[in-house]
Design a protein around this ligand. Structure first.
Ligand SMILES: C[S@@+](CC[C@H](N)C(=O)[O-])C[C@H]1O[C@@H](n2cnc3c(N)ncnc32)[C@H](O)[C@@H]1O
Length: 289
């Protein structure tokens, strides 16, 4: 390791160990901003988590957090992005709950057979594993040539979407995939340290920033499948209901909404039909919340 690299690493390690406590007033400010910006609900249990994440993001302590919050309040774009990283959890993986991808493949397959094309939306795509898993799951549904399926992948976190767009993953990210799947859909580079998703998969996915709590969503038309997994649980109840209501309006008549099996449609349940393993159909016309 070069002297410079060692110094950098040492500095980073030092920053990681900085004692970082968030006082009541400041935590209230973080909570209010998170709710206003992303509809995100923070509770007491998140206080220490946010302090740890702040240290990881390079915040040296409460004074730097205070500076960040002032930047967010002024509308500074970089501060806003950092705040989003501070208050969101991007944990994800390839083929989380595999049965849901099989169900999605069935829905998409039927739509392609019926009208020749289909659309899907991954509404909290994080670093891309979910939409790319869907792209892989759809493989073989049509003969060679341009895919008749488009996957829109959105998230509030621009940095996560940058990673997703690059489509490059580490060995740990792909270690759960069967070797045949890895060989078919990825190219290994740098002695297996980097696994690049195949262009064919990447071309099916369009990444876009979208805040589910925003009044305007830059999406139009309807979707045959909407994945909205592991994000509702972070949102305030009112925001959660509003998101599901809007999604029900964007689902094709026989489309499917996919939530994590541990989540449920809550007060908007009447908008959707029966669910199997977190896969909801759209309720027949006339049903309301
Ligand atoms: C735990 S990850 C879930 C990733 C993926 N859906 C999965 O299940 O593996 C949650 C994602 O939701 C995103 N998120 C949180 N609040 C959001 C909001 N208001 N609008 C859009 N995305 C949001 C986060 O940035 C994060 O990438």
């Amino acid at each position: 390791m070069s002297g410079e690299a060692a110094v950098k690493q040492g500095r980073r390690a030092h920053r990681l160990t900085v004692e970082f406590e968030i006082g009541d007033a400041m935590f209230e400010r973080v909570r209010a901003l998170a709710a206003r910006i992303g509809g995100i609900a923070l509770y007491e249990r998140h206080r220490a988590q946010i302090a740890r994440r702040g240290a990881r993001l390079g915040l040296g302590g409460a004074a730097e957090l205070e500076e960040l919050l002032s930047g967010v309040e002024r509308g500074d774009a970089r501060a806003l992005q950092c705040f989003v990283e501070l208050t969101t959890t991007g944990f994800t993986g390839f083929f989380r709950t595999p049965a849901q991808f099989e169900a999605a493949r069935e829905h998409i397959g039927k739509a392609v057979q019926r009208r020749g094309w289909a659309r899907a939306w991954s509404a909290a795509a994080s670093t891309g594993e979910e939409p790319y898993s869907l792209a892989m799951a759809l493989s073989g549904l049509w003969e060679s040539g341009t895919a008749p399926v488009k996957i829109l992948a959105t998230d509030i976190n621009c940095s996560a979407l940058d990673i997703a767009r690059r489509g490059e993953y580490g060995p740990g990210d792909v270690s759960g995939l069967a070797p045949a799947v890895r060989a078919r859909f990825f190219t290994a580079a740098e002695d297996g340290k980097v696994w690049r998703i195949a262009d064919e998969m990447r071309q099916m996915v369009e990444f876009r920033v979208l805040n589910l709590a925003a009044t305007e969503w830059p999406v139009a038309g309807s979707f045959d499948v909407i994945f909205c997994r592991n994000v509702l649980m972070y949102l305030e109840p009112r925001c959660r209901d509003a998101v599901l209501l809007r999604m029900s309006e964007l689902l094709a008549a026989d489309g499917a909404l996919v939530l994590d099996p541990a989540e449920h449609a809550g007060r908007t349940g009447a908008l959707f039909g029966r669910s199997r393993q977190g896969v909801y159909s759209r309720a027949k016309a006339g049903a309301g919340p």
